[in-house]
Ligand binder design. Structure first.
Ligand code: KIV
Ligand code: ZN
Length: 515
């Protein structure tokens, strides 16, 4: 069955044949409140963006610190395919810092709106115009690529924005970008605005859309339809305030809904998203489009039934396209089909009567307002089916060391299917060290990986009881598991072991029954 989203529209008129991406996760994205990246982390992200196929990376702002200069230099040494830019204000010292960082070019930014001129720059239009000309010329004289941006362009006098761009182009600017700094465009206005700028100048125009009204992606797409040739975006939509337009959302919209061919390795999106999330410390909301944990998780019975018959019924495109595995989640809204498929993946085959009983108990738990994890569902099924519990994975010993001047370290002894596994590992904190040690030990015997980790305090105060939920992955199966304890390390370990026991149980039972 084909996926036709054209709804009768002739897409060939939409002028979306070539689109370039400028990823600004490392500059605008790092401006997300609470995010901070060291040079090594930035290098890892830049390499991944390059692997994705991103054409231009804004790697940071050289003038901001020596660390930023070091970062851009590190990235430049990798000789990536992507063009590497440093952010620069229209000041010679910013350009000098960019030169010191060895960046190939500058994202040169000058404010154009009345409020920015009056309150931020305290300069007249003539002075700002001259700054744009002088710094563009200076950057070009020093061999830099110049993408000239007008900050707050959408709240500026359009004639003044055009004047700045015209003068910048005369001074040698390679590309121009009228920024929607506080996200006030709507798709119709974005179309007209970018059409107006694109048809006035004959160099490539970019779109830089923020998400203050939740329209960053829609406005970016409309800008491309209006004639823009490049879009600025960030992984996970990170950025100042409500963030920038999300790269993965724009790319998948263009590919899936507008049939645009893009040289982007979309299969890397999920891993890239989680890499950025881990390194910035900013988690991804579960219902985030394209790469959120729930983006391809089906819960309601009617949906799981449909998806099991054909994934087309409730999915806009196959999750593998963005590196995700489909998940059928189990809760009070699940139908018997979803529960049956889930249990069969774990080698449990209840009879029709048993399945009805499992289903009835799951609904009763859900009606009491409880969220049920996959491990709890599995336990209910074992009880209904009269199966004895098996615990192939047992924690024999765990030692964790953490403190002011020591690297958090954990050592662990685990028996798995009667084999003793011993390992040690370090981590960012004691929980990380303990989980790393368990992962290393278990990796000696099986291929289970931690896919997601979340924590909440059930009670308040310093003696709070902590609930940890993990998602573990084994092949195509992803399973949620819970641990509850007064100690966060033990709650995490319990969640891991509970999940591992269920993932291993089927194989152990099969082994026993074949003896
Ligand atoms: O949103 C914006 O206007 C910016 C500029 C500084 C380029 O990020
Ligand atoms: Zn911005």
């Amino acid at each position: 069955m084909s996926r036709d989203y054209k709804c009768g529209i002739d897409l060939s008129k939409l002028h979306l044949e070539s689109v370039n991406f400028l990823d600004t996760t490392l500059r605008d994205g790092e401006q997300t409140p609470g995010a901070s990246l060291n040079p090594e982390k930035k290098l890892r992200i830049a390499k991944r963006l390059d692997e994705l196929g991103i054409q231009i990376i804004e790697a940071g702002s050289a003038i901001a610190s020596e660390g930023e200069i070091k970062t851009i230099r590190l990235i430049m040494k990798e000789k990536l395919n992507a063009e590497i830019l440093s952010f620069a204000r229209a000041l010679k010292r910013d350009i000098n810092a960019a030169l010191k960082s060895d960046a190939q070019g500058v994202h040169l930014v000058v404010s154009t709106s009345p409020s920015h001129l009056k309150y931020k720059l305290k300069k007249t239009e003539e002075q700002v115009l001259q700054m744009a000309i002088d710094t563009t010329q200076y950057a070009k004289d020093h061999g830099l690529i110049v993408e000239l941006s007008a900050e707050d362009a959408t709240r500026s006098d359009l004639n003044f924005v055009k004047k700045v761009f015209a003068a910048g182009i005369d001074a040698g600017a390679d590309r121009i970008c009228p920024c929607d700094t506080v996200g006030i465009l709507t798709p119709e206005r974005s179309y007209s605005f970018h059409h107006e700028i694109s048809s006035t100048f004959n160099i490539p125009v970019s779109a830089h859309c923020h998400n203050d009204f939740g329209m960053g992606v829609a406005n970016s797409i409309a800008a491309l339809m209006g004639g823009a040739k490049e879009v600025h975006a960030t992984i996970n939509g990170l950025g100042e305030r409500a963030g920038n337009a999300s790269l993965e959302e724009i790319v998948m919209t263009l590919i899936s809904l507008y049939d645009v061919q893009l040289p982007i390795k979309t299969q890397l999106f999920y891993n890239t998203s989680r890499l950025v999330s881990r390194l910035t410390g900013i988690s991804v909301q579960p219902n985030k489009a394209i790469i959120g944990d729930n983006a391809f998780t089906h819960e309601a019975g009617i949906h799981t039934h449909g998806v099991l018959a054909s994934p087309l019924t409730y999915e806009p495109f196959p999750p593998e396209l963005v590196g995700i595995h489909r998940r059928l989640s189990t809760g009070k809204l699940s139908g018997t089909h979803g529960i049956k498929a889930f249990l069969e993946d774990l080698d449990l085959k209840p009879t029709a009567d048993q399945l009805e009983e499992i289903f009835r108990r799951i609904k009763a738990i859900g009606d009491r307002g409880k969220v049920i994890t996959d491990v709890e569902l599995y336990t209910v099924a074992e009880m209904v089916m009269g199966l004895p519990k098996v615990y192939p994975v047992k924690l024999e010993e765990l030692t964790v060391m953490a403190g002011n001047k020591i690297t958090p370290t954990a050592s662990v002894r685990i028996t798995m299917d009667d084999k003793l596994l011993t390992e040690a590992a370090v981590g960012i904190g004691p929980v990380d060290a303990a989980i790393n040690a368990i992962n290393k030990a278990v990796a000696q015997a099986t291929n289970i990986h931690l896919d997601d980790y979340s924590v909440k305090a059930i009670t308040g105060g310093t003696n709070a009881v902590v609930e940890v939920i993990v998602k573990l992955k084994k092949g195509n199966i992803i399973l949620s598991s819970k641990g509850v304890h007064g100690d966060i390390v033990m709650a995490s370990v319990e969640a891991m072991l509970n999940g591992m026991n269920v993932l291993m149980a089927g194989a152990i039972r099969n082994k026993k029954s074949s003896k």
